[in-house]
Design a protein around this ligand. Sequence first.
Ligand code: SAH
Length: 565
Amino acid sequence: MAGMSMHKAPAIVVLGPGSLATAQRIQLCYPQASIHGLSGRVEGADQLYASFGDTLRTLYQQDTPIIALCAAGIVIRSLASLLSEKGVEPPVLAVAEDGSAVVPLLGGLGGVNVMAREIGEALGVAAAITTSGELRFGTCLLNPPQGYALADIEQGKRFVSDLLAGEAVRVEGDAPWLEQAQLPASESARRTIHVGHQARPSSRDELLIHPRSVVVGVDTADLQGIRAALQAAGIAEQSLACLLAGEHAMADAALHEAAQALGVALRFAAKPGDLRDMLAQALPGAELIEQAGTVIAVAPAPVDAAQVGRRRGRLAVIGLGPGAAELMVPAVKAELARAEDILGYETYVRMAGPFRADQVQHCTDNREEMQRARHAFELAAQGRSVVVVSSGDPGVFAMAAAVLEALHESSDPAWHRVDLEILPGVSASLATAAQAGAPLGHDFCVMSLSDNLKPWSIIEKRLDLAAQADLVLAFYNPISKSRPHQLGVALEVVRRHRDGSTPVVLGRDIGRPGQTLKVVTLAELLPEMVDMRTMVLLGSSTTCQFPRADGEQWVYTPRWYPAPG
Ligand code: SAH
């Protein structure tokens, strides 16, 4: 299967419209990859970027495999400053715009040559492989396929040099991927490639490769116990494919930490009986070893952790920010990339996109919040990675509270075990305030003027008290077609306590195309200046304004407050 050698989906980076067709052919072999196009120059890309160099460096630092459709020199120069740093080295390839050449540049141990061959095959050209070991033997011995781990890379480099210098080799154990390789094989060779799950002392004559064929069944998070059990059974830790626990332990943080410390996935299965039964059911055909309260399953071949039991589902309630991509927090971007299901009001789901073909979008009406929240839990409880999108911050008049209410009401343990996280965003009041200056620089009060979910009398009372308290007021949902008169009533209440000269900031579609920012006084403010896409920031007695050099106004509320006279 294409892409088997990689963990992360590659980024295909194109500079001009001429290479889009080649990019799309490459995308066919990596359906999870997204095409990044230079904004203003490339139409039809999945994502747009402004700076080629910055984009390449960010991808590199995030360990994302890079397929750049441009001259190798451009790629080398862009990444040069990062190359001396230790750390990640994802595969990096340059591909000629017209698809006539595929050049692996970096990431030899990350499988760049495998990718180069896959892409070469998709484009009908030979990849420009330059690695001597790889050329001579037709495979990179230091980069065994997924499901296998090299025991010691330094030792491995010496081993490959020995073979290049003329030593013969024989294979011990099961190494199906080496059957096609052109190794200098000899039955009497001193050098051996040993494939097995046993822990062995490292030896210069041996290239040791561990199949990930072992699963440990766990009840409690005893990292030391797991390591001790493996050691007592003579099993190399690198052969561990995953941990398997009963479903009831899904939310056990210490178990997740133990799996992370071991660098393996934590999977879950129903556990009606004991650990033995659970493992026997999850891994039929594996040999079961009992070792100091732990049960170890050793399968005859590498185990794909994704096929063992199931994983813990995840539900993230995310805030997109006001709209502009640069105001979206990186954690939210990462969450969108890993999401399998995206739920939300259609406008926001569209704003969160574009999505890959394998990501499922569930668009619903804005008012079906509770139903959407329950749907999200149903999907996440099945083990899926689910995202519920809100604009701005999800905790400000948005989905986070609805999701928590749905969970609070539910007695389904599977819902409560979901990995639930709320990821914040820049709320409309904050985005609007930043553009106007600092109108929220002192104490302020945030209100929604919508009486869909609360009685109007409460809104009037709170407005009255907040205005009396001389708080700056931030109005969300200030007006709508179904309630056109209420903003006028609200302003009457506020005017009882506040001067007509008070500055008011009106931000419409802030951070979105066609955004507008207006500063008026409370006396000038008319409901007609406001619609449901507007944020209203109404100053306190100390809020003031002064002209900025570009002809607009700065508005701010000072940090100090006059002492009561
Ligand atoms: N969770 C959102 C608010 C949802 S309530 C947030 O934190 O921003 C919806 C209201 O927010 C709208 O009626 C409008 O008053 C305000 N709003 C949302 N996005 C906006 C934007 N980009 N510009 C101005 N106001 C916005």
